[in-house]
Write a protein that binds this ligand. Structure first.
Ligand code: WQD
Length: 339
């Protein structure tokens, strides 16, 4: 019988891509989402890609009775937890909104899941490393004091999972630390759908190219990097999604070496903002209207992953090139424009 995975926040950007890869790998999937930061676009896109309807439960993980009800209706082998707020700037303005939602939803989930022996995968972030003196960062690189409440919730939730796995029998946990997820499914049926003006670079690039935004501001060209712009590790969303399948399979097949494990999910390849822009121009054939602007507060000059632990232990490796990733992001933006 196939194993069943709950994907909380499964109607969003990362959750929808993970759902597709789980189904491709033979898992049953139940999607749960409060739909507070997305519409049905990605859920419908997932159903078109996989050729069937999936259970979609509209619920909020802050409501523990709703979580209990869900776990009595289904038997889950693992849960992947995406349901959280994710806007760094908003978290600075409204810290309590972030602490309440992101931490309460996760503690509720663990509380219920642990009693059912359900393994837990938490979506963490490279933001936990802050500005590291040594690059690339490995999982042993010390975490640094978070610079936003959003980042702090990622650290706190990692710790909650670590401590819970240690204290309670019968559950395992994995935290995946994502670098910069970008791109879209090659079908162009699912992708990133930012509400309002995008904060992140890739959607700002594609929205400028399609004419939704007038001009991309490149924040800072005086960083101590080769071309003066920041370096990041842009990880293709489909590659990222596949890492979740590897991690879930490791948990449900009982192959973990520790009850709680942490993995960097990145390419190991630093790319500058300017390189990303130039590569986009090349793959789309469209010149991009951009200008240099002052540094954005809170940005670090450079971070990229050492993904060798995930390569070895999860048997996972990023495969797609920056060109393929940006071509997919561009196809998705064009698909949205045709709708
Ligand atoms: C990338 C680079 C910007 C927009 C954030 C969060 C992190 C994770 C991913 C998830 C930087 C530059 C950006 C623009 C620009 N969050 N840039 N012009 O800041 O690395 O990481 O998103 O939920 O936790 O902190 O990603 O895409 O915002 O920026 O020049 O209009 O692009 O300065 O160097 P970041 P980003």
């Amino acid at each position: 019988m196939s194993k069943c995975v709950l994907v909380s926040g499964g109607a969003g950007y990362i959750g929808s891509h993970v759902t597709v890869e789980l189904v491709n790998a033979g898992y049953e999937v139940v999607v749960a989402d409060n739909m507070s930061n997305c519409d049905l676009t990605c859920y419908n896109g997932v159903c078109s890609i996989i050729g069937k309807e999936l259970p979609l439960v509209k619920m909020d993980f802050c409501d523990i009775s709703a979580v209990q009800k869900l776990f009595t209706e289904y038997k889950f082998d693992a849960v992947i937890h995406f349901a959280a707020f994710k806007a760094v700037g908003e978290s600075v303005d409204e810290p309590l909104k972030y602490y309440r939602n992101n931490i309460l939803s996760f503690t509720n989930l663990i509380e219920v899941a642990r009693k059912k022996g359900c393994n837990i995968l938490f979506s963490s972030s490279a933001t936990v490393y802050g500005e590291s003196e040594t690059l690339p960062v490995t999982e042993r690189t010390p975490r640094q004091q978070a610079t936003s409440p959003y980042g702090n919730t990622k650290q706190i939730c990692e710790d909650i999972l670590r401590d819970s796995v240690k204290a309670y029998e019968g559950i395992n946990g994995i935290a995946l630390r994502y670098f910069n997820p970008v791109g879209a499914h090659p079908s162009a049926l699912i992708g990133e759908l930012p509400r309002g003006v995008p904060n992140n670079l890739a959607p700002f690039i594609t929205q400028t190219a399609i004419g939704k935004r007038e001009c991309l501001s490149i924040f800072g060209n005086d960083y101590p990097t080769e071309d003066g712009t920041c370096l990041r590790d842009y990880i293709d969303i489909v590659d990222l999604a596949k890492a979740h399948v590897c991690a879930v399979t490791r948990m449900v097949e009982g192959r973990m070496k520790d009850g709680y494990e942490v993995y960097n999910i990145g390419t190991g390849r630093p790319v500058s903002v300017l390189e990303l822009v130039k590569t986009f121009e090349k793959v789309s054939g469209k010149p991009l209207n951009y200008k240099f602007a002052p540094r954005r507060s809170g940005d670090i000059a450079a971070i990229w992953a050492d993904p060798s632990l995930a390569n070895k232990e999860l048997g996972w490796k990023a495969e797609r090139s920056v060109e393929q990733t940006l071509a997919a992001a561009w196809a998705w933006e064009q698909h949205l424009a045709e709708k």
